[in-house]
Design a protein around this ligand. Structure first.
Ligand SMILES: C[S@@+](CC[C@H](N)C(=O)[O-])C[C@H]1O[C@@H](n2cnc3c(N)ncnc32)[C@H](O)[C@@H]1O
Length: 376
């Protein structure tokens, strides 16, 4: 796996986060290289302010920090951590970090975007750019050519302004746009809906997992969450909109709740949903983190987890594995980890390796999912 980005007589050493010994995936792609080459040829004056949205692991932020003032805006805690580590590794100057809930800096001279996976997140970002930028500021986005559909370009035209694309280079394409469509009020892009058969209302910020409707795994898990007055503290690992925590809180009025997700918007959605559904007096905390990095001081009786099996475009089970290992660390003796997964993912083997085969049991299963309980 390549870790040296060598371009235009400069070399950067770049790693994904968390850094893994057996990593097979690079921390940048041809889209980053295409954008870097294009911007270098624009000969923007040194010191100008470049705002970079959704930089994956910090390749763009590291590259341009050399000559420009940089604001890196990302909804991903992992992307921000990767960028921090890569900046340090390459002795780059400091940059400013922001989430995509923050306002776009009004003094931006150029905006670069790695197109986000979710169109709702894209619409939110375009609409924020439209309300902040003047027409002469270039906005340049990049993605794999096959991911840039005519519908993507229509979103740019509708929410930002005039848009055209480049020729493809190494299967990637650039999208050039400027803020000149008719001004509309800022699009909130949040969705709000009631969960069928439950007394739960969920507000979902634009980049929250399964923000349009309830995840099928979560639906099954809702039917099997425990009601037990002996559980004092539960942690929802990869909480998304917090639906599992809300239900746990409703079933167990004594419960202290902690929600963790790597998406800042998920953490904020969970916070709002716990507050709305359980009331402001309830004790809970919502934390953005990569699994439970550096969290060692919690005593938790129950961890619930509907793990992700993608990191950005790549399918992976390393996050589920880290979640299970971290959960075991913070569980009290006799504490339980409740995991839901597609049957084919083989979480039973992983949990048996960690907790011992005798300590893992199937709580429920249907054609698609299995819910497993591991006891420490
Ligand atoms: C399958 S979704 C489950 C969401 C919610 N708990 C539910 O059941 O609908 C997995 C969640 O894990 C989060 N996630 C992914 N990688 C993570 C990581 N390294 N650390 C913490 N959360 C992560 C994702 O942002 C996503 O919200």
């Amino acid at each position: 796996m390549k870790t040296e980005l060598a371009l235009r007589e400069r070399t950067l050493s770049l790693y994904r986060y968390p850094q893994r010994h057996n990593e097979t995936l690079q921390a940048w792609d041809a889209g980053d290289e295409y954008l870097i080459n294009h911007v270098e040829e624009m000969q923007l004056a040194p010191g100008k302010h470049i705002v970079i949205l959704n930089d994956n692991f910090g390749a763009l932020s590291c590259w341009f920090s050399h000559q420009y003032k940089i604001t890196m805006m990302s909804d991903s805690f992992i992307a921000q951590q990767a960028t921090r580590h890569n900046l340090q590794r390459n002795q780059c100057p400091d940059i400013t970090f922001a989430t995509t809930m923050d306002p776009i800096p009004a003094d931006a001279d150029l905006v670069l975007i790695q197109l986000p996976k979710s169109n709702r997140h894209l619409v939110w970002q375009l609409s924020q750019l439209r309300s902040t930028l003047s027409e002469e500021i270039s906005v340049i986005a990049v993605n794999k050519a096959k991911e840039i559909h005519s519908s993507t370009l229509k979103l740019f035209e509708k929410h930002l302004g005039q848009t055209h694309t480049s020729l493809a280079w190494k299967k990637h394409r650039l999208v050039f746009s400027q803020a000149n469509c008719d001004v509309k009020p800022l699009v909130s892009s949040n969705t709000r809906w009631l969960v069928d058969g439950e007394n739960i209302e969920l507000n979902n910020l634009p980049n929250v997992y399964s923000g349009e409707s309830l995840d099928l795994g979560a639906r099954f898990m809702l039917q099997h969450l425990p009601q037990d007055e002996h559980i004092k503290h539960a942690l929802d690992l990869g909480c998304g909109n917090g639906v599992l925590s809300v239900k746990l809180g409703q079933l167990n009025p004594q419960l202290e709740l902690t929600c963790v997700d790597e998406s800042f918007m998920a953490v904020e959605s969970a916070r709002q949903n716990l507050q709305t559904n359980l009331g402001a007096a309830r004790e809970f905390r919502c934390i953005a983190n990569n699994c439970l990095d550096d969290i060692n001081d919690l005593d938790v009786d129950l961890v619930v987890c509907n793990p992700p099996f993608h990191q950005q475009q790549a399918i992976t089970d390393h996050i589920a594995w880290q979640m299970f290992c971290d959960a075991k660390q913070i569980l009290t003796s006799g504490g339980q980890l409740l995991v839901i997964g597609n049957r084919h993912l083989g979480y039973d083997g992983k949990l048996a390796r960690l907790f011992g085969k005798a300590k893992v049991k199937v709580v429920a299963s249907n054609k698609k999912f299995v819910i497993l309980q591991a006891t420490k």
